[in-house]
Design a protein around this ligand. Sequence first.
Ligand SMILES: CCCCCCCC(=O)SCCNC(=O)CCNC(=O)[C@H](O)C(C)(C)COP(=O)(O)OP(=O)(O)OC[C@H]1O[C@@H](n2cnc3c(N)ncnc32)[C@H](O)[C@@H]1OP(=O)(O)O
Length: 166
Amino acid sequence: MLHKIVKKQNNSDKCIVCGDKNPYGFHARFYELDNGELAAVFHTKELQQSFPGRVHGGMVAAILDETIGRAICIDKPGSWGVTTEIQVKYKKPVPLNETLRAVGRITRDTRKIFEGTGELLLENGEVAAEAWAKYLKVAIEDAAGDDFTEREWHYLEEDDPREIEI
Ligand SMILES: CCCCCCCC(=O)SCCNC(=O)CCNC(=O)[C@H](O)C(C)(C)COP(=O)(O)OP(=O)(O)OC[C@H]1O[C@@H](n2cnc3c(N)ncnc32)[C@H](O)[C@@H]1OP(=O)(O)O
């Protein structure tokens, strides 16, 4: 189904998932959708390999982790969490050198923690991996230091899509 993009989230410099200056990372872009979910658009790369031709399972977990972890910001902008637990079901190999999508949403939100689920989609829309994850809410200063948001947390002005097929 085609979903309208309501808002684009910021990127960091060095994160392995969203870092714009990390040569080995996914260079993911995160978009808040009109259905209340968060979509990631990201690029898989040769140097993320596990067995030849497929992305490492740890990297698959990483994109799902960040997609779910950022979904909290849809309803609560400026919220941050650190991952305390994650479960991933790997259903199909994730290919190298492709532009792929992931989607996540929040399923539980309390004063201290939040939880959510997400899926990584292949180009044809098939689900390659699904995850559930739990996060402890933290102040960004505690997780990343005092000046993280000024130093390396940027809105990237780009030619973004207006809609995403999920
Ligand atoms: C852009 C945002 C996207 C985010 C996606 C990516 C996020 C990441 O990759 S984060 C990196 C991976 N995760 C981490 O590094 C976390 C490592 N773990 C830690 O730092 C610690 O274990 C931490 C902070 C979670 C808890 O620290 P700890 O010293 O145990 O804290 P502690 O004082 O015992 O507990 C604090 C509170 O949290 C609660 N708590 C601790 N762990 C958990 C847990 N797993 N589940 C639920 N509650 C918990 C405790 O019950 C306690 O509650 P209260 O204050 O009511 O007593």
